[in-house]
Ligand binder design. Structure first.
Ligand SMILES: Cc1cc2nc3c(=O)[nH]c(=O)nc-3n(C[C@H](O)[C@H](O)[C@H](O)COP(=O)(O)OP(=O)(O)OC[C@H]3O[C@@H](n4cnc5c(N)ncnc54)[C@H](O)[C@@H]3O)c2cc1C
Length: 229
């Protein structure tokens, strides 16, 4: 096991007829018709997109909570997953450092700022090896994995299944595609968005950094892409 490389992100579950479902939720609020009749009769994509945009930009977010998507994610650091799990409307099932004992060198992620300097990268790798040796010494002495893991670093690679509804997906994208977000979570969220957009391109205007929706930047330290508020 070695340096883990880029994140691996796959969309493993999403509902059929996502657009129609969101439209039906939006339209039901303003219609005397039964939702099932709205769902069965609508087929005009432009009409659906127009109403959805109107409803979302008015902040009626319950309409996008009906859609749940799931991703299988690997080759990300514990530093990255620790940030992801701060999102309270997401559900997670993550590879356990209690139940999965590392046999030999654990996988780890090297930040590009270190990887681009061969001397620093060598030092980083050497340090991972020393941590691994210490971890092995503990587990071989009978220390349970759940305690030996205390020496494992933020760089240790992890895997998880992460699920969230469309409202939270848009929120996640708005926050974590911002250049103020840390590079690894930004890369991972970009890949989550790309995987979803491959199937649901109509979401493109929503899966963007928050400044694109706001029309301005509300961060203290702006990257300069948009005018500061
Ligand atoms: C660039 C960046 C830097 C960061 N730096 C730090 C840092 O230095 N230290 C740190 O601790 N964290 C940091 N964070 C994490 C940040 O504080 C949030 O915990 C994280 O982004 C999750 O965002 P959220 O709470 O909006 O989203 P979610 O937890 O995904 O919730 C979505 C929305 O639901 C609502 N909500 C959820 N729970 C509650 C609640 N209990 N009460 C009321 N409303 C709720 C809010 O409207 C919230 O925006 C950083 C995040 C970013 C993007």
């Amino acid at each position: 096991m070695e340096a883990a490389g880029k994140p691996v992100v796959n969309l493993i579950s999403k509902p059929e007829n996502m657009l129609k479902t969101v439209y039906t939720a939006c339209r039901t609020c303003y219609s005397a018709d039964y939702p099932i009749d709205i769902y069965n009769s609508v087929d005009d994509k432009e009409k659906m997109l127009k109403l959805i945009e109107r409803v979302i930009s008015s902040g009626h977010y319950s309409t996008i909570e009906h859609i749940q998507v799931s991703f299988a994610i690997s080759n990300v650091s514990r530093a990255c997953t620790h940030q992801l799990v701060r999102h309270r409307h997401m559900s997670f099932s993550q590879k356990s450092q209690r139940y999965v004992k590392e046999k030999g060198q654990f996988d780890y992620v090297i930040p590009p700022t270190i990887a681009r300097d061969s001397v620093l990268q060598e030092k980083f790798i050497g340090f991972m090896h020393r941590i691994s040796e210490q971890y092995q010494e503990f587990t071989e002495a009978g220390i349970p994995a759940e305690d030996a893991r205390y020496v494992l670093p933020n760089a240790a690679a992890s895997s998880l299944v992460a699920s969230l509804n469309l409202r939270e997906m848009i929120h996640l994208a708005n926050l974590r595609l911002c250049t103020r977000a840390q590079y690894e979570i930004r890369t991972m969220v970009k890949m989550m968005c790309a995987a979803l957009l491959e199937e649901e391109l109509w979401l493109k205007p929503y899966l963007v950094p928050k400044c694109e929706r706001l029309g301005f930047c509300d961060e203290d330290k702006s990257c300069g892409r948009m005018p500061v508020k």
